[in-house]
Design a protein around this ligand. Sequence first.
Ligand code: TXA
Ligand code: MG
Length: 333
Amino acid sequence: MMSGYPLLLPPDSDGIQTAAEILQDGRLVAFPTETVYGLGGDATNDHAVAAIFEAKGRPSFNPLIVHFPDSSAVWPHVDMDTETDKLVRMMAGAFWPGPLTMVLGRSTESSLSLLVSAGLDTVAVRVPSHPVAHDLLTATGLPLAAPSANRSGSISPTQADHVLESLDGKIDAVVDGGRSRIGIESTVISFHTANSGRPILLRPGGISREDIETLIGPIDVVNTDETPSILHSPGMLKRHYAPETQIRLNASSAQPEEVLLGFGPSALTGAPDGSLNLSETGDLREAAANLFAMMRRLDAMGKEAIAVTSIPETGLGLAINDRLRRAATPENP
Ligand code: TXA
Ligand code: MG
């Protein structure tokens, strides 16, 4: 983590090159898009994505939008049936680059961090039109995860000094691209609909519903207030990844037939074979980076339960515990 002020970089080729190197190093850079400024990190790097959640100070893991320089860079990461593929490519042709985010099924081969999906089997993808965003994505050669560059609960930033006000000391650099032209976030639409075949508008934004319906016909809309609950509603969208195996929280050790998910030094002392440590040094960022991948590995062992040692309720620990509690309480008993 940086001490003092983040670097304010000019939007020229030197500034973009410096920003690209910081990002390739797994650190965070805020950058302008046509909607709002994004808090960017390498979307293929678990630690960088965990650092984004830490900088935002969110008490839970919301899935993040992943940004690409063009649509051809998107396709290898997503997976859809022929019919959906046709609609999605029409949408991409009409609205990318631009303020449109599409939620699509993740390809099993995708190199994107599981943390950008926050446990869902989908990923939100977008190709921004801002030239600085485009040049930065090209210079890094990486997909960039980027939520709006503000602390959780505050207003999305549309200029570099807003970012500094909100995230001073939490990020390494900001690329100053002046004011964001659109000033409201991208439209988020899901094509990953479990039951109804129709795409669902999850968040109104820079592209209007009418423009979308003119292109692809009727879509469903969720009330934005209900977005968080719809993310967990299995009838509407694929729900969060829920392990088959029961989860037992605040365990001090594993019982026979259990496996242990530990945290901190010597957490695995005497634990059954196959047990895993989220972070041996007790580093919450490392624990967040490991969480989803380790849960999947332990789940695949098919034990009676996964016993999880306690994790501090501070910093990223809030989001980790929130996720573990959801996993421990079946949403659909
Ligand atoms: O304009 C924008 O979209 C800006 C710029 C930086 O690109 N980004 C932005 O990100 O607003 P954020 O994290 O503040 O909002 C992302 C929205 C959230 O409402 C989140 O729940 C939704 O997208 N989202 C992301 N991934 C999702 C997924 N896999 N399924 C459903 N919703 C998803
Ligand atoms: Mg936001």
